[in-house]
Design a binder for this molecule. Structure first.
Ligand code: FAD
Ligand code: SF4
Length: 470
């Protein structure tokens, strides 16, 4: 599809240069290589600079999309990144992992007749250009207020709250259970999609603004939320995510060779199993792997398994391709890398050998019925359609829930029936005075940008509280 630039010249959406699928399926280097200056400016020139930009409405943190694109087109790269930072603490991350097709790009006017402006690729370009060539200049900060805020969890929502409140002049300390800040960005999303030095740079930027990070600090164990409030913090933000793995409860689930995507990806990413032999992290290396589920987590697990040396990797999903919740780009990349899809297929039991090792999964074929409460067509089992898929490793990626460690130790914080914290969607306020919450611990597993959007609203509300009271 084509569009015209301001001089009437027809230009197409600029494709992102990528590593060749045959090569990349066996390495952990980033798949998309990034736009050059020339490609970025050419793509930027496709933007029509709409007076009422529908793309901005599609962005949960309301990035001034035409504004940063105009600056980029003019060659003011530093202006473009300052513009992005004013709304988004993590542009290098969002440019890489946001589901743009459902947000900004899904709303871009050019998408009605052709291909939308590649907003995500342009955002990524600005952040990468700044990292490589920028002055490292920090955005301005308000004068110190003397107020102290504790942020629990250093995922995208906690990082957003920390960045927003430090720039408003408050003192901010982030408590993180793991030894590295970043949340899912470091322990979940693999290197080939989001290089860890980029996350480290984004965290470093927030650190340079003055935020203190206390790693290896499990709130609810080493210190409680009440103790934080009693010991000098004026407000607490809870952004602990939804990292408790879910299993399907199928017969045979204890066999050797079955593990959660959370454990599999944490071993690969945070514990650096992919850097063998430099890191000696134990990691099950299946040759014939199946992954249950079809979200981003499932795609990441499948593509990691391929890179860890599997001969064959299959995604098993009970609905059809249209209902797959993963980003389009991940499904496309997985397919290119040789991941196979067993669609309309539901596992019913695991089969082991006499040593207790997984050797196969028994499945049923499904067909789609009427839409269910999620709006997707309900999968219905086809009777007597049982068949088995041989495998030596099964990674379960069917969702995750709220970890009860912090919430159990925090009295008077209201939870919903799934164990997620109840928080006002506009302010992030919880039922407990002085405590806010947002991100996956409130919504269940969602997206990076929604977690950041919740962090932004909560930071505004905390700032009002610290200035005028509850
Ligand atoms: C493998 C994978 C791939 C994904 N891919 C995408 C994608 O492509 N695009 C997208 O938009 N979204 C994706 N997501 C979802 C997205 O990453 C999450 O929605 C987002 O990270 C939620 O942010 P958060 O800040 O709420 O929590 P998290 O990122 O989960 O961070 C929570 C942090 O809190 C810490 N913590 C937990 N308990 C405690 C405690 N008691 N004390 C101190 N610290 C604690 C955790 O260690 C963690 O660091 C993916 C998720 C996974 C798992
Ligand atoms: S809707 Fe598309 S064309 Fe219009 S301002 Fe946004 S990115 Fe540019």
């Amino acid at each position: 599809m084509t569009t015209k630039d301001t001089k009437g010249k027809v230009i197409e959406r600029q494709p992102m240069p990528e590593q060749d699928p045959e090569v990349r399926r066996r390495n952990f280097k980033e798949v998309p290589l990034g736009y050059t200056v020339e490609l970025a400016q050419k793509e930027a020139s496709r933007c029509r600079q709409c007076k009422k930009p529908s793309c901005v409405e599609g962005c949960p943190v309301n990035v001034d999309i035409p504004g940063f694109i105009a600056l980029l087109k003019e060659g003011d790269f530093s202006g473009a990144i300052q513009n992005l930072w004013s709304k988004n603490a993590l542009p290098a991350v969002c440019g890489r992992v946001c589901p743009q097709e459902m947000q900004c790009e899904g709303n871009c006017i050019l998408g009605k007749k052709g291909e939308p402006v590649a907003i995500g690729n342009l955002e990524r370009f600005c952040a990468d250009y700044e990292r490589a060539n920028g002055t490292g200049e920090l955005p301005p900060k308000a004068a110190p207020t003397g107020k102290k805020v504790a942020v629990v969890g250093s995922g995208p929502s906690g990082l957003t709250v920390a960045k927003d409140l430090i720039t408003k002049g408050h003192e901010v300390t982030v408590f993180e259970a793991f030894h590295k800040p970043g949340g899912v960005l470091v322990y979940g999303i693999p290197e080939f999609r989001l290089p860890k030095d980029i996350v480290a740079e984004e965290v470093n930027f927030i650190q340079r603004l003055g935020v203190e990070f206390k790693v290896d600090s499990v709130v609810g164990r080493t210190v409680s939320v009440d103790e934080l409030l009693e010991n000098g913090f004026d407000a607490v933000y809870i952004g602990v995510g939804a990292g408790l793995p879910r299993f399907m409860g199928l017969p045979g689930e204890n066999l050797i060779g079955i593990l959660s995507a959370n454990e599999y990806l944490t071993r690969a990413n945070l514990m650096k199993a992919y850097k063998f032999p430099d890191y000696d992290t134990p990691m099950p290396k299946g040759k014939n792997v199946i992954v249950l589920g079809a979200g981003n987590v499932a795609m990441d697990a499948a593509r990691t398994a391929m890179r860890m040396g599997a001969d064959r990797v299959r995604i098993v999903y009970r609905r059809s391709r249209e209902e797959m919740p993963a980003r389009n780009a991940e499904i496309h990349h997985a397919t290119e890398e040789g991941i196979e899809f067993e669609l309309l297929t539901n596992p019913v039991r695991y089969i082991g050998d006499d040593k207790g090792r997984l050797v196969a999964v028994e499945c049923l074929r499904m067909e789609l019925g009427e839409p269910d409460e999620s709006g997707r067509r309900r999968p219905i089992p086809i009777e007597q359609s049982e068949f088995t898929i041989e495998c030596d490793l099964c990674v379960v990626a069917v969702g995750s829930g709220a970890n009860p460690l912090l919430t159990k130790s925090t009295e008077d914080i209201r939870l919903n029936k799934r164990g997620n914290i109840e928080a006002d969607p506009e302010t992030g306020k919880t039922s407990k005075k002085g405590v806010w919450a947002g991100g996956d611990i409130v919504t269940g597993q969602a997206t990076v940008i929604l977690a950041m959007g919740a962090g932004r609203k909560a930071a505004d509300s905390i700032h009002k509280y610290l200035t005028w009271g509850w």
